[in-house]
Design a protein around this ligand. Structure first.
Ligand code: ADP
Ligand code: ADP
Length: 232
């Protein structure tokens, strides 16, 4: 599903070179929930941002379903991005738009008709159990509700892959659990591949199948979650 080959990312600041990722190799299977854990500054965000090409890799290749997504033109890149949904720690909702309009936004950009948008948005609202909040604005929602809206929005275009950048880090343990349960349901029902980065071991334990530990831009461990937690 996702294959990362010899991926490196070097940031250039004036004369300084920062090696954020060094020779990363990974294969993530379809329907898998793959966790990436590491300390702040380890390179987690850079890796996930390379996967949806918000960041240009310095070296190496990334394949999705066998197609290379590095070295492609902007049209193909836009198409590829539609197949990848993303959620963030701070939700990144549009504060001037209500819940309905936040979820409708990617569909409006795609140019769907009002009827098609309405059908899809209402299905998504039902799926994340927020039908009663459709006219509320983000400022009127709890953290968990905001993340549900963000998840609904990320699913609007029927992506194959969902990326979560610390998607539960701003939430309390109970709300975290409910969001993880929702992600697990999405994986089971839609067969989505989910890649999540976190600094919380509970998140890895709770829903991930496999985990990569990243330190200083390198993967230092890659194994199933059982192995990680049963190793002495
Ligand atoms: P993490 O998500 O694990 O906290 P990041 O991927 O954000 O780590 O950062 C990895 C390294 O790359 C850090 O040293 C960070 O300072 C550096 N870095 C991240 N983004 C940039 C950038 N846009 N310009 C320069 N350095 C960056
Ligand atoms: P615009 O013409 O600015 O795109 P719309 O006519 O689509 O706006 O919507 C106007 C308002 O009605 C918006 O605030 C939107 O949240 C709300 N709205 C539109 N469709 C629905 C719907 N099916 N259910 C609930 N609210 C809706």
């Amino acid at each position: 599903m996702i294959k990362v080959e010899n991926l490196s990312k070097i940031y250039k600041n004036n004369n300084e070179e920062i090696y954020a990722l060094k020779d990363i190799n990974l294969q993530i299977k379809k329907g898998e929930i793959f966790g990436i854990i590491g300390l702040s500054g380890a390179g987690k965000s850079t890796l996930i941002r390379c996967l949806n090409r918000l960041e240009e890799p310095s070296n190496g290749k990334i394949f999705i379903d066998g197609s290379e997504i590095t070295n492609i033109d902007n049209t193909s890149l836009r198409e590829t991005r539609k197949e990848i949904g993303m959620i963030f720690q701070h939700f990144n909702l549009l504060s001037s738009k209500n819940v309905y309009k936040n979820i409708a936004f990617p569909l409006e950009l795609k140019g769907l008709s009002k009827e098609e948008i309405d059908k899809r948005v209402n299905t998504l609202l039902k799926y994340v159990e927020l039908e009663d909040k459709k006219l509320a604005y983000p400022s009127q929602l709890s953290g968990g509700q905001k993340q549900r809206v963000a998840i609904a929005r990320s699913l609007a275009n029927n992506p194959k892959i969902l990326l979560s950048d610390e998607g539960t880090s701003a939430l309390d343990p109970k709300t975290t659990k409910s969001i993880l349960d929702l992600l697990d349901k999405i994986r089971k029902e839609f067969g989505l591949t989910i890649v999540l980065i976190t600094h919380q071991m509970e998140v890895i334990k709770d829903i991930c199948d496999r985990v990569a530990i990243i330190e200083d831009g390198r993967i230092i461990e890659l194994s199933t979650v059982e192995e990680i937690f049963t190793n002495p």
